[in-house]
Ligand binder design. Sequence first.
Ligand code: MN
Length: 202
Amino acid sequence: MAHEVPPLPYDYKALEPHIDEQTMHLHHDKHHQAYVNNLNGAIEKHSELAAKSVDDLLRNINSVPEDVRTVVRNNGGGHSNHSMFWAIMKPNGGGEPTGAIGEQIKKDFGSFEDFKKQFNEAAAKQFGSGWGWLIWDGKLKVITTANQDSPLMQGHFPILGNDVWEHAYYLKYQNRRPEYLAAWWNTVNWDEVNKRFAQAKK
Ligand code: MN
């Protein structure tokens, strides 16, 4: 089975005004599709990879044949990261984190405000393209990765991540990445983040 871009679980304009409709079309229909196409192209050369999920490929990136490893890293990473990204957003999202993740954020960062500040500063400083992440490593931690690298490649399950590639914000926010980072919290689907937090702790 070839990998496929999951359909958006909401309308393209549903995240307005925080993320604009045109950005969502380009980001989901063009950028994510390109990662999937390139990943499928690499897998066609190695049929033994066809049965593996994209997350399994990333967890074991060093066992992917060398001739396609970089393609799988970049494009499998792109596929996994973006699939997570669409799922953890929703229309009328945001607000204070709920449930277990809300409690753990208070425990590990002091408050939601302190967590957001640390996350936004790390993501703002990520030079060039990459992602800001919340991961579980015995406690919650904020990390960043370059390009489409996934925390899965470091043995960590991504609980929440924000895309700081310019394609994620440039049409609306131009060079104002911190403004995008601040607005993005209004889209977060905390129910979905709680599901991922439970999975991360397994
Ligand atoms: Mn992206």
